[in-house]
Design a protein around this ligand. Structure first.
Ligand SMILES: Cc1cc2nc3c(=O)[nH]c(=O)nc-3n(C[C@H](O)[C@H](O)[C@H](O)COP(=O)(O)OP(=O)(O)OC[C@H]3O[C@@H](n4cnc5c(N)ncnc54)[C@H](O)[C@@H]3O)c2cc1C
Ligand code: FES
Length: 270
């Protein structure tokens, strides 16, 4: 694929979104994916790694990825220029269970830059073709500071919608910030969404997930009503190398999206 455009997302300049376009029309036609799936991206001489697809299946003609600068490959993806080529394998993994979500309320809880595939899910669910397939959509999204929130223009658009409830929160506000100040688990408790007929999807740093889970339990969500996307070191991405397994599950092939009911059956040390 070719880099069509690139945008720095956050004030710390650690997150960069790449919009990639297919080189060949037949590759584009063959690339059908579900929100929550990922691709292996590669830059010649810099390696290959998995990245969640941040664009939605309803957005045609390009794929979006938001890259956190962490090591050799992601630094290369921060420096890559428009017009340059990026290798891609995918779509990989399972994605969010869209069939299960039909007719249900959807509670989306995100923290930090793990919001990428949640963006894909929100754009997909709010598309005119899909919006009537689910009932209420509630999104709770937090970052450490306002400058670290991703997709700021879209957040503003979503705030104006009357068919989506968006609650933004930051750990630390600034002079311009008019949203909430508080940690995601506490903001969830305050928002107190009903668990009845609802699926919760939660993606974020481990500490956020750790403290959010008991709040969901207190709101009477059961393990099979909660889904999350796991990040594990990967190599092949297709269930062959054994790099990403936890218990009998391969994160790359059986996941990365799992229900808590599935995760509860895994060895305790995970
Ligand atoms: C399913 C999946 C989806 C992902 N989606 C995204 C995404 O949308 N955007 C994004 O920026 N990154 C994402 N990642 C993480 C990304 O693949 C790694 O950060 C990548 O390996 C970085 O490559 P690198 O060569 O730049 O850094 P490396 O040199 O490989 O690593 C740099 C540092 O990051 C740590 N690290 C690498 N991979 C992981 C991991 N999986 N979990 C925890 N720590 C790790 C290393 O230990 C090291 O300290 C995803 C990972 C998975 C498994
Ligand atoms: S990355 Fe090879 S088995 Fe999952």
């Amino acid at each position: 694929m070719v880099v069509k455009s690139a945008k720095i997302e956050t004030t710390d300049r650690m997150l960069r979104t790449l919009e990639l376009v297919f080189l060949r029309e037949e590759d584009e036609r063959a690339f059908n994916f579900t929100a929550g799936q990922f691709c292996e991206l590669s830059v010649f001489g810099k390696g290959e790694a998995p990245f969640g697809i941040a664009s939605s299946p309803t957005e045609k003609g390009f794929l979006k990825f938001t890259i956190n600068k962490a090591g050799v490959l992601t630094t290369a993806l921060h420096h890559i220029e428009e017009g340059a080529e990026v290798g891609i394998r995918g779509p990989l993994g399972n994605g969010y269970p869209m069939d299960l979500f039909e007719g249900k309320n959807i509670l989306i809880i995100g923290g930090g830059f793990a919001f990428t595939t949640l963006r894909s899910l929100i754009v997909h669910l709010t598309h005119p073709r899909n919006r009537s397939k689910v009932k209420e959509i509630t999104v709770i999204y937090g970052a450490r500071t306002p400058g670290l929130l991703l997709y700021k223009e879209e957040l503003l658009d979503w705030q104006k919608r009357d068919d989506l409830r968006l609650v933004l929160t930051v750990d630390q506000g600034n002079g311009d910030w008019t949203g909430k100040v508080g940690l995601v688990p506490n903001v969830l408790e305050e928002a107190s969404p009903a668990s009845e007929n609802t699926y919760a999807v939660i993606c974020g740093p481990p500490v956020m997930i750790k403290f959010t889970f008991p709040k969901l339990m207190a709101l009477r969500f059961t393990n099979d009503q909660i889904y999350t996307s796991l990040e594990k070191r990967m190599k092949c991405g297709i269930g062959k190398c054994g790099r990403c397994n936890i218990g009998h599950l391969y994160v790359c092939k059986d996941g990365p999206v799992f229900s808590y009911a599935q995760l509860a059956k895994l060895p305790k040390d995970y």
